[in-house]
Write a protein that binds this ligand. Structure first.
Ligand SMILES: NC(=O)c1ccc[n+]([C@@H]2O[C@H](COP(=O)([O-])OP(=O)(O)OC[C@H]3O[C@@H](n4cnc5c(N)ncnc54)[C@H](OP(=O)(O)O)[C@@H]3O)[C@@H](O)[C@H]2O)c1
Length: 257
C-alpha cells in the first residue's frame, strides 16, 4: 500500500486522488481528521477501497511510532512512501518565532527522515518507491525571507538524490518532486500577504503537480519539476551569480508589515 503524509489538502490530497485512481490502496496522514475523512469518502465513492486514516501531528515526538502502530494494527505494510507534509513561513530568521522555525525543521526534515528510516525495510523488501516532495526552492542558493524553508527543501532534494543512488542496487526508486508556486493551503500557512511577489508567478495546479509526481515516480525519474515555467527557470538558475539570485529572492519574499 501507499502511505502519503500531508494528505488532508493541497498537493498531498491530489496525490492521494491520483494514486487511488491508479489502483493503489492508501494510508493517509495529516493533523486534520475531518478533511482526511472527507477525502476518504470521496475516494471510496469512486469504488476504491477506503483509505486508512492516521490523524497525527508529525512534529510531535513519537508520531512515527504511532504511525507505525496504526499501520501495524491494520496489517498495512507500505511499499510506496510519499513524504509530502511540509510548510514554510515568510519572514526573517531574526524576527520569526524560534519554536515555529524549529517546527519547519521537525516536519520537513526530521519527520521525513524518521518515516523513511522506519519503513525502508518493507520498501526495500518490496522493491518499492519513495516520493519526497521538495520544491523548486531547493535549486536556489538560499531563500532570504524564507530561509529555513528553502534550506529544508535543499535538504530534501540532497537526501533524495543520495538515497536514490544508494537504493539503486535494491531496485528501489526514489524521486524528488520539485513544484514551483502551487495554489494550496501553503500560502496562508506561510503568512503570504498581497505584497509577496512569489504569489504573482505563474502557478501550476496541485492536480498537475500530483499527476507529474505520479508519472515521474513510476518512470523512475530522480527529479520531477512540474510545469514548463519551473523547468526552464530551474535549468537557467546555474547561469546566474548567487548574489543576484539571493537579492531577487529577498525582494520577492519581502513582507512589509
Ligand atoms: N504550494 C506550493 O507553492 C509548494 C511549492 C513547492 C513545494 N511545496 C511543498 O508541497 C508539500 C505540500 O504542500 P501544499 O502546497 O499542498 O500545502 P498545504 O495545502 O498546506 O498542505 C500541507 C499538508 O501537510 C499537512 N501538515 C502540515 N503540518 C503537519 C503536521 N505537523 N503533521 C502532519 N501533517 C501536517 C497538512 O495537513 P494538516 O494541516 O491537516 O496537518 C496538509 O495536508 C509541502 O512539502 C510543501 O513544502 C509546496
Amino acid at each position: 500500500m501507499t502511505l502519503i503524509t500531508g494528505a488532508s489538502g493541497g498537493i498531498g490530497a491530489d496525490l492521494a486522488r491520483v494514486f487511488a485512481r491508479e489502483g493503489h490502496d492508501l494510508a493517509l496522514v495529516a493533523r486534520g481528521a475531518d478533511k482526511l475523512a472527507l477525502l476518504a469518502d470521496e475516494i471510496e465513492a469512486t469504488g476504491r477501497r477506503r483509505p486508512l486514516l492516521l490523524p497525527l501531528d508529525l512534529t510531535s515526538p513519537g508520531s512515527t511510532g504511532a504511525l507505525a502502530a496504526g499501520l501495524g494494527a491494520a496489517n498495512a505494510v507500505p511499499d510506496i512512501l510519499v513524504n509530502n507534509a511540509g510548510f514554510g513561513l515568510i519572514g526573517d530568521v531574526a524576527q520569526l518565532n524560534p519554536a515555529e522555525q524549529l517546527a519547519i525543521v521537525d516536519l520537513n526534515i526530521r519527520s521525513l527522515v524518521e518515516i523513511t528510516l522506519r519503513f525502508l525495510p518493507s520498501i526495500r523488501a518490496a522493491r518499492g518507491k519513495i516520493l519526497n516532495v521538495a520544491s523548486i526552492a531547493a535549486f536556489f542558493p538560499g531563500g532570504p525571507g524564507m530561509t529555513v524553508y528553502y534550506a529544508s527543501k535543499a535538504f530534501v532534494l540532497s537526501y533524495s538524490l543520495g538515497l536514490a543512488q544508494e537504493l539503486r542496487k535494491d531496485s528501489v526508486v526514489v524521486s524528488a518532486l520539485c513544484p514551483g508556486a502551487t495554489p494550496s493551503g501553503f500560502q496562508e500557512r506561510a503568512g503570504f500577504g498581497p505584497e509577496v511577489m512569489l504569489d504573482k508567478l505563474p502557478m501550476t495546479s496541485s492536480m498537475v503537480v500530483a499527476q507529474a509526481g505520479y508519472r515521474g515516480l513510476m518512470a523512475g525519474k530522480r527529479e520531477i519539476i512540474p510545469g514548463a515555467f519551473n523547468k526552464i527557470g530551474s535549468a537557467l538558475l546555474p547561469f546566474f551569480p548567487k548574489s543576484i539570485l539571493l537579492t531577487l529572492i529577498s525582494r520577492m519574499q519581502q513582507k512589509r508589515l
